[in-house]
Design a protein around this ligand. Structure first.
Ligand SMILES: [Zn+2]
Length: 460
């Protein structure tokens, strides 16, 4: 029997939902907020769909959640998900109540819920997931997430022991999640094993053995701490994956997954290695739920291709590549810098506008994330100039100096309006513009102004 308060909360939240739909505002989590404000136990009183899948991890939650939803719907299931709203408690509650009757009974069979790691304590004790997939745990904004050990502790403390886990075996932090949970399925990639430490870098979230404190030695690293390592002292290392990507054929647009003696090709939704991990995790989860490889492969063949956060503008044979990364997130920024350095063209000029926009007005952030970025790829001879933009441009400049980038090829400007004026563009055909997630509008402004300047100068 549900409480009177629950029905009051449901009525108010459904009213808010109806009002927002009339205003065509679908992306807000206000109804969930209203419900929880009226009834703190709202989430516990709501009857969940028959199967609840939680999707968590630092990078790639949306890709995994969208893929799962698309394949499950394609297989004939009715699915609730929170892709239109937020991944914190209010967003999860909004998605569930929108697909529930007034009495709190679910209208769909399955919920695929993207859950922000920090919201675990507010969600899992009330809504117990049947499955949890975690694709990686890496450093993020220190202001919001502190350290990966803190994030792992939060998830461990909140997650019921009955939840079946689907974990990335090649991420030792993620693989150690919720040790009391017995049902654990691991996925990983053995295809194209790196033969050198070329991908090695300074941004690593696990260095010492969590078991004995010994030094961890990398067998190979794909990026950051993703790869395989073992402890020199006690021998502890990454678990063996149950679902393994054994081949990636980028040209053919397929990858092969093996499990229990069965191997099958699936369509690549993106050849970025991060999305190959995401895809393999989705296959491991759906297979654990009882779907056949055949049905999953059919789902992959009709799933949407993942768009990269990369845009290109061409003018008079010259190109501006625009890359979006999360500011405050040293891993995302480092990967963009590394990408710009790796493109095989000469004379590249790089603009870095990664300060957190909100820090200019709302709060004071410490700058340690900047010093966690790996700027060493900027040393590459193919990059002839780097311009740091924003209120923290001098910190960025200093850190680049510490990473060995020559002084003579760097400059700074605090105001993004000055970019076209201060950036030397003559004679150059390749520009890389990295901007923060929240600088979307400003980045469009900068791209337009730069395009105009290049057009005036004409072809090189
Ligand atoms: Zn050890």
């Amino acid at each position: 029997m549900k409480s009177l308060r629950f029905y009051l909360a449901m009525a108010a939240a459904k009213g808010a939902l109806f009002g927002l739909r009339l205003l065509r505002r679908n992306g807000t989590s206000l109804p969930g907020d209203v419900a929880v404000k009226i009834d703190k136990n709202f989430l516990a009183e709501l009857t969940p769909p028959e199967t609840v899948i939680a999707v968590t991890g630092t990078n790639g939650k949306t890709t995994v959640s969208n893929l799962l939803t698309s394949i499950l719907r394609g297989a004939g299931h009715s699915v609730t998900n929170n892709s239109l709203g937020t991944n914190i408690r209010a967003g999860v509650v909004t998605a569930l109540l929108a697909d529930s009757t007034f009495s709190g009974r679910p209208k769909k069979d399955i919920a695929v819920l993207e859950v922000d790691e920090r919201s675990s304590l507010l969600i899992y004790p009330y809504l117990k997931p049947d499955y949890l997939i975690c694709n990686n745990l890496m450093r993020d904004s220190i202001k919001r997430n502190a350290h990966t050990e803190f994030i792992r502790y939060i998830i461990d403390s909140a997650l019921p022991e009955s939840t079946k886990l689907i974990l990335n075996a090649d991420d030792l932090i993620c693989a150690l999640l919720a040790p009391k949970n017995e049902s654990r399925t691991y996925f990983g990639i053995t295809a194209d094993i790196p033969t050198t430490f070329a991908q090695d870098n300074t941004v690593k979230d696990i260095v010492y053995c969590p078991n004995c404190g010994g030094k961890l030695v990398a067998d190979y690293i794909r990026y950051n701490h993703i790869g395989r390592m073992h402890c020199e002292k006690c021998g502890m290392g990454n678990p063996e994956p149950d679902f393994v990507v054994t081949a990636i054929d980028s040209a053919g647009g397929v990858f092969t997954v093996s499990h229990g003696g069965e191997a099958r090709e699936f369509r690549l939704i993106s050849d970025n290695i991060v999305n190959v991990y995401n895809s393999c995790g989705v296959i491991a989860l759906l297979s654990t739920m009882g779907m056949s490889f055949e049905d999953i492969a059919r789902g992959f063949s009709s799933a949407a291709i993942v768009k990269s956060r990369l845009g290109e503008v061409e003018v008079c044979g010259r190109k501006i590549t625009v890359m979006m990364a999360k500011g405050q997130n040293p891993i995302a920024c480092s990967r963009c810098v590394s990408y710009a350095a790796s493109v095989p063209v000469r004379d590249k000029r790089v603009i870095i506008m990664e300060d957190d926009k909100h820090d200019n007005t709302n709060n004071v952030e410490n700058t340690c994330w900047i010093y966690d970025c790996d700027y060493s790829p900027l040393k590459d001879d193919s990059i002839t100039h780097v311009l740091f933009v924003g209120p923290r441009c001098l910190d960025q400049y200093l850190h680049a100096l510490m990473d060995g980038v020559p002084e003579e090829k760097m400059s700074c400007t605090p105001d993004y309006h000055d970019i076209p004026e201060v950036l030397e563009t003559r004679g150059c055909s390749n520009f890389y513009f990295l901007h923060d997630l929240y600088y979307e509008r400003e980045s469009e402004e900068v791209t337009r102004a730069l395009t105009e300047k290049l057009r005036e100068e004409g072809a090189v």
